[in-house]
Design a protein around this ligand. Structure first.
Ligand SMILES: C[S@@+](CC[C@H](N)C(=O)[O-])C[C@H]1O[C@@H](n2cnc3c(N)ncnc32)[C@H](O)[C@@H]1O
Length: 317
């Protein structure tokens, strides 16, 4: 993506607190003592506001390729990295679903014109704070907005409104059960069907509240939480993208290169754990997931559910 030069005074308003940054740096070793990995080339497949990319570059990485589906995130990352003094030559940003990454097309090239494999890859899955906090994106049931939920607002994908208003009720039951692990999936899906058409986030949240038994309305977690999560995962085909990433990443890495994945959902974490354990191209470096410290959780409550898993690419593919 050709991003316009952003002047310092025009840095877009975008605040996302990066999670587990020290742990990611410790595993990806941008300034390793081994000569081969010194000042290496890294891929940040979920660049967001550029938090992980910036720390990698400040701690010795020579170059970073950053991807995001969300053009607003790319603008923010570009502005933040430029403001931190990162030269353009060290950075390449692409507006891209990481499932569509192509090393030859999007990576840095060597003198022979071949895509240079990476020393490390970081994937910080899920949504960013600005996505959640912008009512017009439709991710949050707490703020009135259109039922959209596409991470890339220009993507040719069904929106959340398309799902709730046009999908058969069986499809809704399926995603609420699988992606939301919602015990009242059936009741909620039927209630939605009876209430069609629904246009806004708060309308949907209200319908969900009406569908669940009164006791479930008084719980610690808002009854719409799991439904919104399920719709977001379905709209953005998040698990399909993650499966592609896990299958392709070994071919984007140097032998010994590492993949660090931060997930926020048990379904994502299960996919990562399974791929690392069963794909012979990976050597697991985190037998148990690494979680944020108490201090980090206190500082940033959104970090609470984060889990980091890391694996290294074995020499032979
Ligand atoms: C948790 S945020 C990343 C924050 C970033 N690590 C930072 O420190 O600022 C997740 C980002 O990943 C992006 N994203 C999620 N799935 C993606 C995919 N399949 N391809 C590209 N970007 C994706 C979202 O748009 C969002 O900006």
């Amino acid at each position: 993506m050709d991003l316009p030069k952003t002047l310092l005074g025009e840095i877009p308003l975008y605040h996302h607190e990066s999670v587990l940054t020290e742990e990611v740096v410790a595993y990806l070793q941008p300034r390793s003592s081994s000569r081969e990995r010194q000042g290496g080339t890294f891929l940040d497949v979920t660049v967001g506001g550029g938090g992980h990319s910036l720390v990698l570059l400040q701690r010795g990485a020579e170059r970073v390729v950053g991807l995001d589906r969300d053009p607003a995130a790319l603008r923010a990352a570009q502005a933040r990295l430029a403001a931190a003094g990162i030269p353009d030559s060290c950075l390449r940003l692409w507006h891209l679903n990481f499932a569509d990454f192509d090393l030859q097309q999007h990576g840095f090239r060597d003198e022979q014109g071949q895509g240079i494999p990476f020393d490390g890859i970081v994937a910080d899955l899920g949504v960013s704070s600005p996505q959640l906090d912008s009512p017009e994106r439709g991710f949050s049931f707490r703020r009135e907005g259109p039922l959209d939920m596409r991470m890339d607002p220009g993507a040719d994908l069904e929106t959340a409104a398309d799902w709730v208003n046009h999908r058969p009720v069986e499809d809704l039951i399926d995603i609420f059960t699988r992606y939301g692990e919602e015990r009242f999936a059936r009741r909620i899906a039927h209630r939605i069907e009876q209430s069609r058409p629904l246009f806004t986030t708060t309308q949907l949240a209200q319908v969900v509240c009406q569908a669940v038994p009164p006791a479930a309305r008084r719980g610690r977690i808002h009854p719409a939480t799991r439904i919104f999560q399920a719709l977001r995962i379905a709209v953005n085909r998040e698990l399909e993208a993650l499966e592609t990433l896990l299958a392709q990443a070994p071919t984007w890495l140097k032998p010994g290169g590492r993949l660090a994945v931060i997930s926020f959902h048990s379904l994502e974490d299960r996919l990562v754990k399974w791929a690392f354990r069963t794909d012979p191209r990976w050597q697991v470096l985190t037998p148990k997931p690494v979680c944020p410290s108490e201090l980090e959780q206190q500082r940033n409550p959104r970090a609470r559910s984060a889990k980091l898993r890391v694996a290294a690419r074995r020499a032979a593919l």
